[in-house]
Design a protein. Sequence first.
Length: 347
Amino acid sequence: MRSFPLTAIFCIVVLFSLYVARDVFVPLVLACFLYLVLSPILRGLERLYVPTALGSGMIVLALVGLLAYGLFVLATPVGEWVTRFPDMMAEARYKIEALKQPMEQVRAASEQVERITGVDGEQGAPQRVVVQAPGLLEQLFGNISLIGIQLLLILVILYFLLATGSIFREKLVHVMPTFGDKRRAIAITGDIQRQTSRYLLTITLINAGLGVAQGIAMYFVGLPNPLLWGVMAFVLNFIPYVGALLGAGVVGLVALISFDSMTHAAVAPLVYLALTAVEGQVVTPSVLGRSLVLNPLVIFVAVMFWGWLWGVPGALMAVPLLVVLKAICDNVESWGALGEFIGGRRE
Protein backbone atom coordinates (compact mmCIF):
# COMPACT_ATOMS: atom_id res chain seq x y z
CA MET A 1 0.00 0.00 0.00
CA ARG A 2 2.91 2.35 0.61
CA SER A 3 4.32 1.91 -2.90
CA PHE A 4 1.52 3.83 -4.67
CA PRO A 5 1.91 7.11 -2.71
CA LEU A 6 5.68 6.91 -3.10
CA THR A 7 5.33 6.27 -6.83
CA ALA A 8 2.90 9.19 -7.19
CA ILE A 9 5.25 11.51 -5.31
CA PHE A 10 8.18 10.34 -7.43
CA CYS A 11 6.24 11.01 -10.67
CA ILE A 12 5.24 14.49 -9.47
CA VAL A 13 8.84 15.30 -8.58
CA VAL A 14 10.05 14.07 -11.98
CA LEU A 15 7.44 16.12 -13.86
CA PHE A 16 8.23 19.21 -11.79
CA SER A 17 11.95 18.76 -12.46
CA LEU A 18 11.37 18.30 -16.20
CA TYR A 19 9.30 21.48 -16.29
CA VAL A 20 11.56 23.67 -14.16
CA ALA A 21 14.77 22.48 -15.85
CA ARG A 22 13.35 22.43 -19.39
CA ASP A 23 16.06 24.84 -20.58
CA VAL A 24 18.56 22.07 -19.77
CA PHE A 25 16.56 18.99 -20.75
CA VAL A 26 15.31 20.28 -24.12
CA PRO A 27 18.80 20.82 -25.64
CA LEU A 28 19.98 17.52 -24.14
CA VAL A 29 17.10 15.49 -25.59
CA LEU A 30 17.30 17.23 -28.97
CA ALA A 31 21.04 16.53 -29.11
CA CYS A 32 20.38 12.85 -28.33
CA PHE A 33 17.87 12.60 -31.17
CA LEU A 34 20.25 14.33 -33.57
CA TYR A 35 22.92 11.85 -32.48
CA LEU A 36 20.65 8.95 -33.35
CA VAL A 37 19.88 10.47 -36.75
CA LEU A 38 23.48 11.29 -37.60
CA SER A 39 25.21 8.25 -36.09
CA PRO A 40 24.81 6.17 -39.30
CA ILE A 41 26.73 8.88 -41.15
CA LEU A 42 29.46 8.73 -38.53
CA ARG A 43 29.69 4.94 -38.89
CA GLY A 44 30.02 5.40 -42.64
CA LEU A 45 32.90 7.82 -42.15
CA GLU A 46 34.55 5.38 -39.73
CA ARG A 47 34.38 2.66 -42.39
CA LEU A 48 36.30 5.08 -44.62
CA TYR A 49 39.01 5.22 -41.91
CA VAL A 50 38.10 8.74 -40.79
CA PRO A 51 38.90 9.17 -37.06
CA THR A 52 35.82 9.40 -34.84
CA ALA A 53 36.71 12.83 -33.43
CA LEU A 54 37.39 14.23 -36.91
CA GLY A 55 34.24 12.69 -38.34
CA SER A 56 32.16 14.08 -35.50
CA GLY A 57 33.58 17.56 -36.09
CA MET A 58 32.87 17.29 -39.82
CA ILE A 59 29.25 16.32 -39.16
CA VAL A 60 28.69 19.15 -36.66
CA LEU A 61 30.33 21.71 -38.96
CA ALA A 62 28.19 20.49 -41.87
CA LEU A 63 25.10 20.85 -39.71
CA VAL A 64 26.14 24.39 -38.70
CA GLY A 65 26.70 25.27 -42.35
CA LEU A 66 23.30 23.89 -43.31
CA LEU A 67 21.58 25.87 -40.54
CA ALA A 68 23.46 29.06 -41.48
CA TYR A 69 22.53 28.65 -45.14
CA GLY A 70 18.89 28.02 -44.24
CA LEU A 71 18.78 31.13 -42.04
CA PHE A 72 20.42 33.18 -44.80
CA VAL A 73 17.92 32.02 -47.42
CA LEU A 74 14.84 32.29 -45.22
CA ALA A 75 15.71 35.44 -43.26
CA THR A 76 14.36 37.85 -45.87
CA PRO A 77 10.97 36.18 -46.54
CA VAL A 78 10.40 35.45 -42.84
CA GLY A 79 11.22 39.06 -41.95
CA GLU A 80 8.84 40.34 -44.61
CA TRP A 81 5.96 38.15 -43.43
CA VAL A 82 6.57 39.04 -39.78
CA THR A 83 6.57 42.75 -40.63
CA ARG A 84 3.42 42.39 -42.71
CA PHE A 85 1.58 40.30 -40.14
CA PRO A 86 -0.61 43.13 -38.70
CA ASP A 87 -1.58 44.25 -42.22
CA MET A 88 -2.22 40.63 -43.18
CA MET A 89 -4.64 40.16 -40.31
CA ALA A 90 -6.46 43.39 -41.15
CA GLU A 91 -6.75 42.41 -44.81
CA ALA A 92 -7.92 38.91 -43.91
CA ARG A 93 -10.60 40.32 -41.61
CA TYR A 94 -11.74 42.66 -44.37
CA LYS A 95 -12.04 39.82 -46.90
CA ILE A 96 -14.10 37.57 -44.64
CA GLU A 97 -16.33 40.42 -43.46
CA ALA A 98 -19.03 39.37 -45.91
CA LEU A 99 -19.11 35.89 -44.35
CA LYS A 100 -19.74 37.37 -40.90
CA GLN A 101 -22.82 39.42 -41.69
CA PRO A 102 -25.25 37.26 -39.65
CA MET A 103 -23.00 37.45 -36.60
CA GLU A 104 -22.57 41.20 -37.05
CA GLN A 105 -26.33 41.65 -37.09
CA VAL A 106 -26.64 39.73 -33.83
CA ARG A 107 -23.87 41.84 -32.29
CA ALA A 108 -25.52 45.09 -33.42
CA ALA A 109 -28.83 44.00 -31.92
CA SER A 110 -27.07 43.10 -28.67
CA GLU A 111 -25.40 46.51 -28.50
CA GLN A 112 -28.72 48.22 -29.11
CA VAL A 113 -30.33 46.29 -26.23
CA GLU A 114 -27.37 47.21 -24.02
CA ARG A 115 -27.77 50.89 -24.82
CA ILE A 116 -31.50 50.76 -24.06
CA THR A 117 -31.07 48.99 -20.71
CA GLY A 118 -27.81 50.69 -19.72
CA VAL A 119 -27.20 53.80 -17.59
CA ASP A 120 -27.39 57.12 -19.44
CA GLY A 121 -24.29 59.25 -19.55
CA GLU A 122 -20.74 58.42 -18.84
CA GLN A 123 -20.94 58.98 -15.08
CA GLY A 124 -20.96 55.74 -13.14
CA ALA A 125 -19.93 53.65 -16.16
CA PRO A 126 -17.08 51.24 -15.44
CA GLN A 127 -13.73 52.27 -16.78
CA ARG A 128 -11.89 49.96 -19.15
CA VAL A 129 -8.32 49.13 -18.38
CA VAL A 130 -6.37 48.24 -21.50
CA VAL A 131 -3.14 46.34 -21.03
CA GLN A 132 -0.89 46.82 -23.99
CA ALA A 133 0.78 43.54 -24.88
CA PRO A 134 4.27 43.40 -26.35
CA GLY A 135 4.45 43.70 -30.11
CA LEU A 136 4.88 40.72 -32.40
CA LEU A 137 8.53 41.46 -33.08
CA GLU A 138 9.26 41.72 -29.36
CA GLN A 139 7.55 38.39 -28.73
CA LEU A 140 9.43 36.67 -31.55
CA PHE A 141 12.89 38.04 -30.86
CA GLY A 142 12.71 38.76 -27.14
CA ASN A 143 14.28 35.40 -26.27
CA ILE A 144 16.75 35.31 -29.16
CA SER A 145 19.73 35.10 -26.79
CA LEU A 146 18.21 32.08 -25.01
CA ILE A 147 17.56 30.38 -28.36
CA GLY A 148 21.15 31.01 -29.41
CA ILE A 149 22.52 29.59 -26.14
CA GLN A 150 20.34 26.50 -26.44
CA LEU A 151 21.41 25.99 -30.05
CA LEU A 152 25.05 26.22 -29.00
CA LEU A 153 24.42 23.70 -26.20
CA ILE A 154 22.78 21.31 -28.67
CA LEU A 155 25.78 21.47 -31.02
CA VAL A 156 28.33 20.99 -28.21
CA ILE A 157 26.42 18.06 -26.69
CA LEU A 158 25.94 16.55 -30.16
CA TYR A 159 29.69 16.64 -30.81
CA PHE A 160 30.52 14.89 -27.55
CA LEU A 161 27.81 12.29 -28.14
CA LEU A 162 29.15 11.55 -31.61
CA ALA A 163 32.76 11.50 -30.46
CA THR A 164 32.22 9.46 -27.27
CA GLY A 165 28.77 7.90 -27.68
CA SER A 166 30.05 4.32 -27.50
CA ILE A 167 31.54 4.94 -24.04
CA PHE A 168 28.12 4.81 -22.37
CA ARG A 169 27.39 1.43 -23.95
CA GLU A 170 30.79 0.11 -22.92
CA LYS A 171 30.31 1.30 -19.33
CA LEU A 172 26.86 -0.29 -19.18
CA VAL A 173 28.27 -3.61 -20.35
CA HIS A 174 31.17 -3.31 -17.92
CA VAL A 175 28.93 -2.93 -14.85
CA MET A 176 26.82 -5.99 -15.71
CA PRO A 177 27.64 -8.79 -13.20
CA THR A 178 27.59 -11.89 -15.46
CA PHE A 179 28.57 -12.69 -19.02
CA GLY A 180 24.94 -13.46 -19.91
CA ASP A 181 23.86 -10.06 -18.61
CA LYS A 182 26.59 -8.40 -20.64
CA ARG A 183 25.41 -10.10 -23.84
CA ARG A 184 21.81 -9.19 -23.10
CA ALA A 185 22.77 -5.55 -22.45
CA ILE A 186 24.65 -5.40 -25.76
CA ALA A 187 21.69 -6.87 -27.63
CA ILE A 188 19.11 -4.61 -25.98
CA THR A 189 21.05 -1.35 -26.36
CA GLY A 190 21.97 -2.18 -29.94
CA ASP A 191 18.37 -2.99 -30.88
CA ILE A 192 17.03 0.16 -29.21
CA GLN A 193 19.58 2.31 -30.99
CA ARG A 194 18.88 0.66 -34.39
CA GLN A 195 15.10 0.99 -34.10
CA THR A 196 15.18 4.58 -32.90
CA SER A 197 17.83 5.64 -35.40
CA ARG A 198 15.94 3.97 -38.24
CA TYR A 199 12.70 5.69 -37.31
CA LEU A 200 14.21 9.15 -36.84
CA LEU A 201 16.26 8.99 -40.04
CA THR A 202 13.35 7.62 -42.07
CA ILE A 203 10.79 10.11 -40.75
CA THR A 204 13.25 12.97 -41.34
CA LEU A 205 13.69 11.92 -44.97
CA ILE A 206 9.93 11.50 -45.40
CA ASN A 207 9.28 14.96 -43.93
CA ALA A 208 11.96 16.42 -46.20
CA GLY A 209 10.23 14.84 -49.20
CA LEU A 210 6.91 16.24 -48.01
CA GLY A 211 8.47 19.68 -47.65
CA VAL A 212 9.76 19.53 -51.23
CA ALA A 213 6.34 18.39 -52.48
CA GLN A 214 4.56 21.15 -50.55
CA GLY A 215 6.95 23.79 -51.85
CA ILE A 216 6.42 22.67 -55.46
CA ALA A 217 2.66 22.50 -54.96
CA MET A 218 2.53 25.99 -53.44
CA TYR A 219 4.58 27.28 -56.38
CA PHE A 220 2.08 25.94 -58.90
CA VAL A 221 -0.84 27.19 -56.81
CA GLY A 222 0.72 30.66 -57.05
CA LEU A 223 1.55 31.25 -53.39
CA PRO A 224 4.51 33.62 -52.83
CA ASN A 225 7.70 32.30 -51.19
CA PRO A 226 7.02 28.58 -51.80
CA LEU A 227 10.40 27.65 -50.27
CA LEU A 228 9.30 29.09 -46.94
CA TRP A 229 6.11 27.00 -46.89
CA GLY A 230 8.05 23.88 -47.84
CA VAL A 231 10.41 24.37 -44.88
CA MET A 232 7.42 25.06 -42.63
CA ALA A 233 5.77 21.82 -43.78
CA PHE A 234 8.99 19.88 -43.09
CA VAL A 235 9.21 21.18 -39.50
CA LEU A 236 5.50 21.01 -38.63
CA ASN A 237 5.13 17.47 -39.92
CA PHE A 238 7.14 16.27 -36.90
CA ILE A 239 4.01 17.20 -34.90
CA PRO A 240 1.31 14.69 -35.89
CA TYR A 241 -2.22 15.97 -36.56
CA VAL A 242 -1.67 19.40 -35.00
CA GLY A 243 1.19 20.28 -37.36
CA ALA A 244 -0.88 19.57 -40.48
CA LEU A 245 -3.79 21.70 -39.26
CA LEU A 246 -1.49 24.54 -38.20
CA GLY A 247 0.34 24.47 -41.54
CA ALA A 248 -2.92 24.44 -43.51
CA GLY A 249 -4.17 27.38 -41.43
CA VAL A 250 -1.04 29.45 -42.14
CA VAL A 251 -1.16 28.59 -45.85
CA GLY A 252 -4.87 29.41 -45.95
CA LEU A 253 -4.26 32.82 -44.34
CA VAL A 254 -1.49 33.64 -46.79
CA ALA A 255 -3.64 32.50 -49.72
CA LEU A 256 -6.55 34.59 -48.46
CA ILE A 257 -4.54 37.81 -48.64
CA SER A 258 -2.66 36.82 -51.81
CA PHE A 259 -5.61 35.96 -54.06
CA ASP A 260 -8.73 37.94 -54.87
CA SER A 261 -10.96 34.91 -55.36
CA MET A 262 -12.10 32.95 -52.29
CA THR A 263 -12.22 29.81 -54.44
CA HIS A 264 -8.61 30.29 -55.50
CA ALA A 265 -7.61 30.99 -51.89
CA ALA A 266 -9.21 27.71 -50.74
CA VAL A 267 -7.09 25.64 -53.15
CA ALA A 268 -3.79 26.12 -51.25
CA PRO A 269 -4.89 24.75 -47.83
CA LEU A 270 -6.80 21.91 -49.49
CA VAL A 271 -3.71 20.88 -51.47
CA TYR A 272 -1.60 21.18 -48.30
CA LEU A 273 -3.97 18.89 -46.36
CA ALA A 274 -4.20 16.43 -49.27
CA LEU A 275 -0.43 16.01 -49.52
CA THR A 276 -0.13 15.66 -45.74
CA ALA A 277 -2.88 13.02 -45.73
CA VAL A 278 -1.15 11.02 -48.48
CA GLU A 279 2.09 11.14 -46.51
CA GLY A 280 0.47 10.12 -43.24
CA GLN A 281 -1.85 7.41 -44.54
CA VAL A 282 0.15 5.90 -47.42
CA VAL A 283 3.83 6.84 -47.53
CA THR A 284 4.86 6.64 -43.87
CA PRO A 285 3.11 3.32 -43.02
CA SER A 286 4.44 1.64 -46.18
CA VAL A 287 8.02 2.82 -45.58
CA LEU A 288 8.24 2.25 -41.84
CA GLY A 289 6.25 -0.99 -41.80
CA ARG A 290 3.87 -2.19 -39.14
CA SER A 291 6.57 -2.71 -36.50
CA LEU A 292 7.02 1.01 -35.89
CA VAL A 293 3.38 2.10 -36.22
CA LEU A 294 2.10 3.63 -32.98
CA ASN A 295 -1.32 3.96 -31.39
CA PRO A 296 -2.89 7.19 -32.78
CA LEU A 297 -4.57 8.02 -29.47
CA VAL A 298 -1.28 7.62 -27.59
CA ILE A 299 0.42 9.86 -30.17
CA PHE A 300 -2.19 12.59 -29.74
CA VAL A 301 -1.99 12.44 -25.94
CA ALA A 302 1.83 12.50 -26.08
CA VAL A 303 1.80 15.59 -28.32
CA MET A 304 -0.53 17.39 -25.92
CA PHE A 305 1.47 16.34 -22.84
CA TRP A 306 4.95 17.21 -24.11
CA GLY A 307 3.62 20.36 -25.76
CA TRP A 308 2.21 21.44 -22.40
CA LEU A 309 5.42 20.51 -20.59
CA TRP A 310 8.06 21.88 -22.99
CA GLY A 311 6.14 23.96 -25.53
CA VAL A 312 6.84 23.65 -29.26
CA PRO A 313 10.11 21.67 -28.80
CA GLY A 314 8.20 19.18 -26.64
CA ALA A 315 5.51 18.73 -29.29
CA LEU A 316 8.22 18.16 -31.90
CA MET A 317 9.91 15.50 -29.74
CA ALA A 318 6.72 13.75 -28.57
CA VAL A 319 6.67 10.99 -31.20
CA PRO A 320 10.45 10.31 -31.12
CA LEU A 321 10.18 9.94 -27.34
CA LEU A 322 7.35 7.44 -27.86
CA VAL A 323 9.48 5.49 -30.33
CA VAL A 324 12.32 5.29 -27.80
CA LEU A 325 9.88 4.08 -25.13
CA LYS A 326 8.41 1.53 -27.55
CA ALA A 327 11.87 0.21 -28.42
CA ILE A 328 12.70 -0.17 -24.72
CA CYS A 329 9.40 -1.95 -24.05
CA ASP A 330 10.00 -4.37 -26.92
CA ASN A 331 13.33 -5.38 -25.41
CA VAL A 332 12.48 -5.43 -21.70
CA GLU A 333 10.15 -8.30 -20.88
CA SER A 334 8.57 -6.69 -17.84
CA TRP A 335 7.53 -3.67 -19.96
CA GLY A 336 5.89 -5.75 -22.68
CA ALA A 337 2.31 -4.77 -21.75
CA LEU A 338 3.12 -1.07 -22.03
CA GLY A 339 4.78 -1.65 -25.41
CA GLU A 340 1.68 -3.49 -26.64
CA PHE A 341 -0.51 -0.55 -25.62
CA ILE A 342 1.76 2.00 -27.33
CA GLY A 343 1.92 -0.01 -30.55
CA GLY A 344 -0.58 0.29 -33.37
CA ARG A 345 -3.27 -2.14 -34.50
CA ARG A 346 -2.05 -5.59 -35.47
CA GLU A 347 -2.98 -6.74 -38.97
